[in-house]
Design a protein. Sequence first.
Length: 258
Amino acid sequence: MKNFAVVTGASKGIGKAIAHELAKRGCNLLLTARSENLLNVLASELTYKYKNEVHIFPADLSDSATPQRLYSFCIGKNLPVNILINNAGYGLWGKFNVLNLDDQLNMLRLNNEIIVRNTYLFLDLLKKHEHSYILNVASTTAYQAIPAMAVYAASKIFVLNFSRALRHELKGSNVSVSCLSPGTTSTEFMDRAGQQALKKKAEKVAMKPESVARIAVRGMFKRKAEIIPGFINWFSVKVIPFMPKKLVENIAASIYKV
């Protein structure tokens, strides 16, 4: 029996592209996101193209009860999960005290709490296989503070540090933990974040989600700790530690100016 990959936020963008990449490699899939229609379309496409077994689990991933229901669904279907892709997340653009507080807390719940819950619940399932993988999706913003995206950037620092610490704890086990940190990508992220005013500038350096997914999945199977797709993104991340924090923040503030 082929093993299964669980992909959160699978209906669009990087999550959808990762689902395609995994299906291409012969993985069966459990796809979850809010839109049942989009999940059904994707599942049909993947099943037709790659002949994989694909299940969908439509749900609000920002609901703290969803991870338990998702896990129970896998147990009920007896799905042999050996890959967990924690991709679901979003950002908000604007000054901290201007953005709605509940919206920011909901973002933290999805970007951080749900990843922790999913990982905690699925870890025992992952340990049952010879080779298992966790891929948590952060962002290049995890490597610096971003004025006007203060909470989002901080949430991605959590994802990066959580991933690295868990990777160390599981060292020597059959479970590998990787963290993907993409830069600007041609998805609906900027629309969701309210960054329409920045889209034209961002398009010049944006990567295609398919390219990000290809690099991500390859890096995950190579058991890399951190995966930073694209030379510009990789270079910026490597340079930042050698720059004064105030300068980095000033540059970020000029880019993300509200």
